[in-house]
Structures are given as C-alpha cells and as structure tokens.
Design a protein around this ligand. Structure first.
Ligand SMILES: Cc1cc2nc3c(=O)[nH]c(=O)nc-3n(C[C@H](O)[C@H](O)[C@H](O)COP(=O)(O)O)c2cc1C
Length: 193
C-alpha cells in the first residue's frame, strides 16, 4: 500500500511538517510505503487555463514542464494521497492551491481526451490551523470533498490539530497519538476497499 504525502506549508519544518512525523512513522510501522513531498521547495506554476491537457489522451499533458510532472508520477503510483496542509485564509497556502488547480490534466472532462489518470484513489487530509477545528477547516474540507466527488476519488478522512503554541502544540501526547491513530485508521480503511 503506497501513500503519497503532499505537504503544502511554506514552512518546511513548521507545524504541519511536525504533525507529519508521527503520522508517517506510524504508516511505515504498519507496512505502508510512504513518499513525502514538500511543495515549498518545488517549482509549481499556477494553472494557465489553456485546456491543452484536455486534448491529450492517457497522460497528464500539461504544457508547463515544471515540478508538477514528478509529483503527478508519484500520485499515479500511489493508492492514497494525503494532503498535509495548514489552513491559510480559510483554505490553503498558495503552494497547495497551485497543486490543486494543476489537477486538471489528471481528469479529461473538457476536451477530446477521455478517462482519468487517478480515479479510484483515496484522499485524506492532515491539517493544522489557528482557529477552532470546525470553524477553521470546514471550507477546505468541503472543497476537497467536492474535488474528490468530481474526480471519482474516495475521501477517507481528516485529522487536524490546532496551533495554540507553535511547534509545541504538535508535539503533545494527544497530537502525536492522534496522528498515529489516524494513520492506522487510514490503513484499515484502505484494506476494506
Ligand atoms: C498567512 C496565514 C494565514 C492563516 N490563516 C488561517 C486561517 O484562515 N484559519 C486558521 O485557523 N489559521 C490560520 N493560520 C494559522 C495556521 O494555519 C497555523 O499556524 C498552522 O499551524 C501553520 O502551519 P505551518 O507552520 O505548517 O505553516 C494562518 C497562518 C498564516 C501564516
């Protein structure tokens, strides 16, 4: 079982990265293969809305030959994609938003090409936020659930921790155990599918 963790914070060693540590450790302990990808050190341009990818059959087909291609390869090889992200302005940082918009070439809905390069894969969220969980995360969770429905992906859950004291908030027993439990729950969920 292969997990692709895509970490979207501009802080490579910030809160979200800290929460990823026990989560990834637990996935590995339970036999999963894990690819951890950070976005802040990659070059991912915004989608130019040219729709060229919609006429390219069987491959991603984006005209922008940037780091998105290597990430798409990892997504295609994975069973589960975990979007690990802080909430910024009720959604996500620009790095993660660029990646989300660049999903276009994975779905062939709007041109001569047909099919999907990723349908059936599972998606989960690992989030950090400053405000209370529901108030902070609801818009992003709703958006990702809708993207999953739109793309025939299976949304399998979310775990989040509130930033009350920067890194220390993500090192508490509760946060760490919660991340580990979430990892095990995703593996169980994937085994059912
Ligand atoms: C530009 C910016 C915007 C933010 N917007 C929100 C927000 O809308 N809602 C929220 O709950 N927290 C918000 N936060 C707080 C972060 O989500 C929180 O501190 C998070 O743990 C940061 O994770 P990181 O260190 O991985 O970037 C924001 C932080 C920044 C820097």
């Amino acid at each position: 079982m292969k997990f692709c963790i895509i970490m979207g914070s501009p802080r490579l060693h910030g809160n979200t990265a800290e929460l990823c540590k026990p989560f990834i450790d637990e996935l590995k302990k339970n036999g999963a293969e894990v690819k951890y990808i950070t976005l802040a050190d990659k070059n991912i341009n915004s989608c130019k809305a040219c729709y060229a990818c919609q006429d390219i059959e069987g491959e991603y087909g984006c005209v922008q030959k940037d780091d998105m291609y290597a990430i798409v390869d990892e997504i295609i090889k994975s069973d589960c994609i975990v979007l690990a992200s802080p909430i910024y302005s009720w959604y996500c940082p620009a790095e993660m938003k660029a990646l989300l918009d660049r999903h276009y070439g994975l779905n062939k809905y709007y041109g001569s090409a047909t099919g999907s390069l990723w349908e059936g894969k599972s998606v989960a969220l690992l989030l950090t936020h400053g405000y209370d969980r529901d108030y902070a995360t609801e818009p992003f969770v709703t958006g990702i659930k809708r993207l999953c429905t739109h793309s025939n992906l299976s949304y399998i859950g979310m775990y989040s921790v509130q930033d009350e004291d920067n890194l220390a908030s993500f090192q508490t027993e509760e946060a760490v155990n919660g991340a580990r439990e979430f990892a095990r729950s995703l593996i169980n969920e994937m085994n059912k599918e």
